[in-house]
Ligand binder design. Sequence first.
Ligand code: 5GP
Length: 199
Amino acid sequence: MKANKSQIKPGKIFIICGPSGSGKTTLLAGLIKGKKIGKLLVKSRSITTRPRRTGERDKFEYFFVTEPEFKRLLKAKKILEWTRYLGYYYGTPKGPLESKLRSGRNIGLCLDLKGARILKKLYPDNTVTVFVLPPSLDVLKSRIENRCSRTNKKEIARRINLARRELLAASQFDYCVLNQNLRVALGKLKDIFLREINT
Ligand code: 5GP
């Protein structure tokens, strides 16, 4: 028998948070790549005004927009939550997230602390928050340095400073996962996801 719309159990919002360089994006991508979990979890693509990094494609990693376009979407209430992170805007598109949730799909997002707090408040019953911890501040620093253009010393310093502050919020999350070894961290994340979607 086909499920009536009102009988569909809303999906879970699975938020992965952590400082720049903690590996959260790689972990979410790894989770979705998995044969079993790939069928159970879809990624929410954010909108951002940040310039594209080498290798990033529009509509894949993000929807890259101009600042006036971002502000237009905000005014039109098409963005569910947003943040300004190191001078750039980032936001979660409202329509796609709400329709996926209603149809019972589980959604994965990589957000900053503000975004995680807002979604947890908006959807307290079906939001699961995970904080990814780097093995040490030194490892985090070198990951950030490798990611940002070497010449962009200012951005590197700002990301490292922000990371120090973000790490203090780890205890507010439902789960913490240490990303010392990617394979181990991914295994832990898979266990958390499967346990949560079955509750
Ligand atoms: P990055 O520039 O490294 O891709 O992202 C910077 C920060 O913005 C990361 O912490 C990332 O998780 C966060 N972020 C990306 N998209 C969104 C979004 O839609 N909303 C919020 N609140 N944070 C986001």
